[in-house]
Design a protein around this ligand. Structure first.
Ligand SMILES: *[C@@H]1O[C@H](CO)[C@@H](O)[C@H](O)[C@H]1NC(C)=O
Ligand SMILES: *[C@@H]1O[C@H](CO)[C@@H](O)[C@H](O)[C@H]1NC(C)=O
Ligand SMILES: *[C@@H]1O[C@H](CO)[C@@H](O)[C@H](O)[C@H]1NC(C)=O
Ligand SMILES: *[C@@H]1O[C@H](CO)[C@@H](O)[C@H](O)[C@H]1NC(C)=O
Ligand SMILES: *[C@@H]1O[C@H](CO)[C@@H](O)[C@H](O)[C@H]1NC(C)=O
Ligand SMILES: *[C@@H]1O[C@H](CO)[C@@H](O)[C@H](O)[C@H]1NC(C)=O
Ligand SMILES: *[C@@H]1O[C@H](CO)[C@@H](O)[C@H](O)[C@H]1NC(C)=O
Ligand SMILES: *[C@@H]1O[C@H](CO)[C@@H](O)[C@H](O)[C@H]1NC(C)=O
Length: 680
């Protein structure tokens, strides 16, 4: 017995937390549903929240948010209101954090710290509190890494999440390179052990006869940083699952979901037609979203949702082929994050030998090695991601996932857009907002709220300077209720005080020294605490109150008759609102330094990493850090789309043939191959 006992103990621990928990379960029992139909469909006119989402929102908005407002704005007398006067009818707020790699994740973390009531500096600046009054948090690609990390670590403060707390949270550890963490040496035993672990996870999934791809490798690597089972001590071991087995649909089991302290999370992604390369996907490609409850799209062309927990299940007319033909465990958070991999497709994945990656960190040779290993171990026709129908977080140029928050059923009053796109020299130029605005006005007017007035082009964003400082859009709606939400735009921009920036790093930089991360995040934090004063490099002492004015403003319009805006808020709005008839000027932002300065030039042996930035700039703008999901999505919705085809816009029809992500599968004649593929 003494011999067996430790063995059994080990075995049970291993069974509970293993890297092979990445494998989904096939032939799982299906949930009870009327007529077996798992897909819920609607029209733009009948769209409604999933009842579980609705009840979460209802509970959060009655149990957690009212106290959070009081904690943030007090009785709101400091901005000229009396909170009690609003009778508890306060604006519904959604925050969207956009993508593009580690830059986007770190930028979002800095911004969120400044909006977090738990951060005492943020609290005393008046900005800390917005995070707590938010009902929704939507992320895409790099922003989804932050979103998933916050959620799966049970909603810690962003700085605790990034830096660790010396106890349960070990931090993001971005100094350990994502691809080659130990050294640039391919033969390094620790690199090899790490790669072996990642490959074992993917092999376990493949052994469940589910196609895998480089996306799975990517997702498993991201898990070491953004999910919670990896520390510096266990990094090169198999003693934990390193996040394998953590499922998006299991977020409701977390304590901070149970007590409604987290906003309702959404990951957004748009579909990328097979083989479309790096060219921006047309606006009418369907944008999908993933909540812990369901996934699908509100786009009029689809208007369908399926249960998240059963993603990967092959459905015909919305139903599984039998009561035990469901797939579970497909919605690995690793996969959700790693699905960010159209970067390989769009940039230079396997076919391009990963040559845009930064080999000063060993990323090129590391990726090549991993790819070869995967190809030799796992037989999958889809190993080259170009073959996969996939969903891409930003390849239609919508880096910030605003669409999910503009959906009419969600009735969001205030949208916070956190944008770290690399448009021009790694700075945003408003393209994401222009794109969403065009998408909504041309395709989504029946399903989504209107977009507020913004500069009509990237050029106008640049000339007005609103891409370089916080700006409010849609301050003065003409209708009651307002015809669009108020948008609070927080772009990645150089330090307001003229210091050289550390936040305009490249999309493919996958190592940051601790000092680089700290400098980057602190700049995003300080900018978000500080607002701007026109024609100066000074901090705005009123900014915290101005942000409160913007967050609360729509509450006035919920009263009958509407309450007049307070004089301090009128003052704030004249400074921060975009007025299309009297636009501001980029000249009001003097003394900014736009040129990246490496805050830690001697910080790493791999210091060249930071010099590789300019190379990355070449691919920066169009690179989509993307969600790549299995063909199940396409198949689940195929029947729906086909049914809807007659109702589609004629412009969409023209693109139909290129836009069909299932086309790839159609080209496989053998029935057994179809069966196998259609599982996912
Ligand atoms: C609001 O709070 C301030 C102190 O924070 C207090 O002076 C003021 O009387 C309060 N106003 C109302 C209407 O309760
Ligand atoms: C707040 O609610 C009370 C009771 O429902 C109502 O009498 C009052 O008019 C409301 N106040 C406003 C400003 O709408
Ligand atoms: C507030 O957030 C910033 C940025 O993440 C962090 O550096 C700082 O330590 C935080 N302060 C507190 C008191 O938590
Ligand atoms: C996958 O299956 C192969 C062949 O049966 C086996 O050798 C391998 O150990 C399995 N890998 C994992 C990670 O389960
Ligand atoms: C990871 O987080 C989950 C959810 O909070 C928790 O159940 C689990 O114990 C954590 N694992 C570790 C190793 O901290
Ligand atoms: C983890 O297990 C896999 C599969 O047995 C192996 O290839 C890999 O080297 C192991 N990794 C470590 C860190 O021991
Ligand atoms: C804005 O950024 C996009 C990339 O997102 C780029 O294609 C475009 O040229 C930029 N526009 C201007 C005016 O700089
Ligand atoms: C900033 O300076 C310019 C030029 O001196 C002036 O025209 C403009 O009105 C100033 N803006 C503000 C908001 O004071």
């Amino acid at each position: 017995m003494t011999l067996f006992f430790p063995f059994l103990l080990f075995a049970s621990v291993a069974a509970q937390y293993s890297i092979t928990d990445y494998a989904p379960t096939i032939n799982a029992p299906c949930p009870q549903a009327s007529n077996n139909v798992l897909v819920r469909t609607f029209t733009p006119q009948t769209q409604a929240l999933n009842p579980q989402e609705g009840s979460y929102l209802g509970a959060r908005e009655s149990n957690a948010i009212p106290a959070a407002w009081s904690d943030w704005v007090g009785n709101s007398s400091s901005i000229g209101y009396n909170l009690a006067f609003f009778n508890g009818s306060l604006p519904r707020i959604g925050i969207a954090v956009g993508g593009q790699g580690y830059r986007a994740a770190q930028f979002g973390a800095g911004v969120f710290s400044a909006l977090d009531a738990r951060n005492s500096t943020a609290k005393s600046s008046g900005t800390g509190g917005l995070l707590q009054v938010a009902s929704y948090l939507a992320g895409s690609s790099g922003g989804s890494w932050l979103t998933a990390s916050l959620m799966l670590n049970d909603w810690p403060s962003p700085s605790t999440l990034v830096y660790g707390d010396g106890r349960a949270l070990s931090g993001w550890m971005l100094d350990l390179d994502l691809v080659a963490p130990s050294s640039i040496n391919l033969g390094d035993a620790e690199n090899q052990a790490y790669w072996g672990s990642i490959l074992a996870s993917v092999e376990a999934k493949a052994n469940a006869s589910i196609d895998t791809s480089i996306t799975d490798l990517w997702g498993r690597a991201l898990s070491y940083h953004f999910l919670n089972q990896t520390t510096r001590n266990n990094f090169y071991t198999n003693t934990t699952a390193h996040g394998a087995g953590q499922l998006w649909s299991q977020i409701p089991l977390l304590p901070s979901y149970a007590d409604q302290s987290m906003p309702f999370p959404i990951i957004a992604a748009d579909s990328l037609p097979s083989g479309s390369g790096s060219t921006p996907v047309s606006l009418d490609s369907v944008v999908y979203e993933f909540t812990p409850i369901e996934f699908g799209s509100w786009d009029p062309s689809l208007s369908a949702m399926a249960p998240m927990a059963y993603s990967g299940t092959h459905l015909v007319n919305g139903a599984p082929s039998s009561g035990s033909a469901c797939v579970t465990g497909f919605d690995q958070v690793a996969f959700m994050m790693g699905t960010s991999a159209s970067i390989f497709n769009a940039v230079d994945g396997p076919n391009g030998n990963f040559k845009s990656f930064n080999n000063q960190n060993g990323d090129v040779t590391g990726m090549q090695f991993l790819y070869e290993q995967l190809a030799s171990k796992v037989h999958s026709r889809s190993i080259n991601v170009a073959n996969w129908p996939n969903l891409d977080g930003g390849s239609n140029l919508e880096q910030v996932p605003l669409g999910a928050l503009f959906t009419k059923a969600r009735a969001v009053d205030v949208v916070v857009a956190v944008d770290a796109s690399a448009d021009d020299n790694q700075w945003p130029n408003g393209t994401t907002l222009v794109t969403t605005s065009q998408r909504i006005s041309s395709l989504l007017s029946s399903s989504h709220q209107a977009f507020p007035p913004i500069p009509s082009s990237a050029q106008d964003f640049i000339s007005t300077g609103v891409n370089q400082r916080p700006t409010f859009f849609g301050c003065n709606p003409t209708q009651f209720p307002a015809e669009y939400p108020l948008v609070i735009y927080i772009p990645n921009s150089p330090p307001f005080d003229g210091h050289p920036p550390a936040s305009n790093t490249g999309n493919l930089q996958f190592t940051y020294t601790p000092l680089s991360t700290a400098t980057f995040i602190d700049q995003a934090f300080q900018n978000t605490l500080s607002g701007f004063v026109p024609n100066t490099t000074s901090r705005d002492p009123n900014w915290g109150r101005c942000l409160q004015c913007a967050a609360l403003d729509r509450a006035r319009l919920k009263l009958t008759p509407p309450l007049a805006r307070s004089s301090i808020c009128v003052q704030c709005f004249s400074q921060y609102c975009y007025d299309p008839y009297n636009p501001p000027s980029a000249h009001e932002l003097p003394g900014r330094d736009y040129k990246y300065l490496n805050p830690d030039p001697g910080g790493l042996d791999k210091v060249e990493a930071f010099l590789g930035r300019n190379k990355n700039a070449i691919i920066g703008g169009a690179v989509a850090v993307a969600l790549l999901i299995g063909g199940g999505i396409a198949l689940i919705f195929w029947w729906r789309k086909r049914r809807e085809r007659k109702n589609r816009y004629s412009r969409v029809d023209e693109l139909r043939e290129d836009d069909e992500p299932w086309k790839f599968y159609d080209s496989y004649p053998a029935a057994h191959e179809m069966d196998r593929l259609s599982l996912f």
